[in-house]
Design a binder for this molecule. Structure first.
Ligand SMILES: C[S@@+](CC[C@H](N)C(=O)[O-])C[C@H]1O[C@@H](n2cnc3c(N)ncnc32)[C@H](O)[C@@H]1O
Length: 407
């Protein structure tokens, strides 16, 4: 039999990367302790849209296989009392970034037309006007069309340097030149068969080879928002594309550097950092964002600091000494968004085995549904009684720990 217990931390492997449930307005010690060590802070805070966002998440094997059912859950609230309250939050984001960054570090602040002007003045104050490097315009086509003014089709990403010693290597983000980019130029082919466009200015010929890279300017039109059926989609509202984060991180980080995102939502920055070989510290005040982010990350070296849910549930298990098989039958739990036809096995999105010491869960094995693997493995070969503790994540993103108590 397994009894539900509270745990505050989950450790995978060496546990160096950090995923924290916490509020920027009340920074936990695990974040404050990183002061001066971070190479890149990216912030994609609420934009002051006045909306309450939801997320939808596939439910059970059928949901992960076909995209339906995918119930909707509350994600986060972007309603602020007034501009003053919002600016207090933004100031904390910017000053925290300043404190976390090392000398060579940079800060990205991602907003839209609503608060980008105020944010620019604020960043000028905290980082100094000389810290300003770019106002990146990320333009896209998605969303509705306006009739009484031009459609607002871009986000603004401010880039500031912590000091004049900042790291920036544009060579890390080459783009294919493509023949369509050369207006008014003649085409040619050299002796090696390489295609180019050419222009002659004051008797001098300039050649632009098709196979030579070009580098992005500060207006980006080549990265679209995630489409409805994009396999990268987690269902978390306002999720940003991995390609966008990779382009932001590549020129300013090297392998092993620390990247921080303290409003990490579905964890896009952390997934990008991991792909680039960086270490990361991710935080969000919404525990369900932590569960979604966790589902996207490699868990070879991660600490999750997030209290488990207080909602009570019962773990259904079976063990067969003859076969040496431990089987998880499901989780008896309820949620208003779960389909009425759901079974205890459908309620599960992920589970882990491990051991508990004090209030820390040390993970041995993790099983998780994904679009690629919609079927959650529910049994494993073990010696009888070996599974001392189980951690579950249900379809609503609630994490719970269970300890074996019958012997
Ligand atoms: C725009 S979303 C981030 C989306 C994310 N970049 C992604 O790709 O999924 C903003 C996030 O900030 C979080 N948030 C809002 N206020 C916060 C605060 N004071 N401290 C920590 N997180 C906060 C919300 O829960 C939400 O997940």
């Amino acid at each position: 039999m397994y009894k539900q217990i509270p745990v505050s931390r989950e450790i995978f492997g060496d546990g160096e990367n950090q995923l924290i449930c916490g509020d920027v307005m009340k920074l936990p010690e695990s974040v404050r302790g990183m002061a001066g060590r971070v190479q890149c802070v990216y912030a994609d805070p609420p934009f002051m849209t006045g909306e309450r966002y939801v997320r939808s998440r596939p439910y059970g094997t059928k949901g992960w296989k076909t995209g339906s059912p995918a119930p909707r859950y509350p994600a986060y609230d972007d309603r602020y009392q007034n501009e003053k309250t919002y600016m207090r939050m933004l100031r904390k984001q910017v000053t925290t970034a300043w404190e976390l960054l090392g000398n060579t570090g940079v800060f990205y602040l991602h907003l839209d037309w609503r608060m980008a002007a105020q944010a620019r003045l604020l960043c000028d104050k905290v980082f100094g006007k000389t810290g300003f490097l770019n106002e990146i315009i990320w333009a896209y086509e998605s969303g509705g069309r306006a009739r009484r003014y031009f459609s607002r089709k871009h986000d603004t990403i401010l880039l500031y340097a912590r000091s004049g010693k900042y790291t920036f290597d544009l060579n890390r983000v080459p783009l294919p030149r493509g023949p369509e980019k050369r207006n008014h130029m003649a085409r040619g082919m050299d002796e090696q068969g390489r295609m180019y466009s050419r222009i002659v200015v004051r008797g001098r010929e300039y050649r632009y080879y098709d196979d030579e890279p070009v580098y992005p300017g500060d207006v980006w039109t080549d990265i679209s928002h995630l489409q409805q059926r994009d396999p990268e989609r987690t269902g978390y509202a306002t999720q940003k594309p991995l390609r966008l984060l990779e382009r932001l991180l590549l020129p300013v980080t090297a392998e092993g550097d620390w990247v921080a995102d303290l409003c990490c939502g579905s964890g896009t920055t952390l997934a990008a950092a991991q792909r680039l070989g960086c270490r990361f510290i991710g935080m969000d005040r919404n525990p369900e964002a932590i569960a979604v982010a966790l589902s996207r990350l490699r868990t070879d070296n991660l600490t999750v600091r997030c209290e488990t849910s207080r909602d009570q549930a019962a773990l259904q298990t079976a063990e067969s000494a003859a076969d040496g098989l431990f089987a998880l039958k499901g989780l008896e739990t309820e949620h208003p968004a779960f389909p009425a036809s759901g079974t205890p096995a459908d309620h599960l999105e992920a589970w882990e085995t491990g051991r508990v010491e004090k209030d820390v869960f040390y993970v041995d094995r993790r099983f998780c549904r994904s679009f690629r693997y919609p079927e959650l493995p529910l049994s494993l070969k073990t010696d009888p009684g070996e599974i001392r503790a189980v951690m579950t994540t249900d379809a609503a993103g609630r994490r719970r720990a269970f300890l074996r108590v019958d012997d």
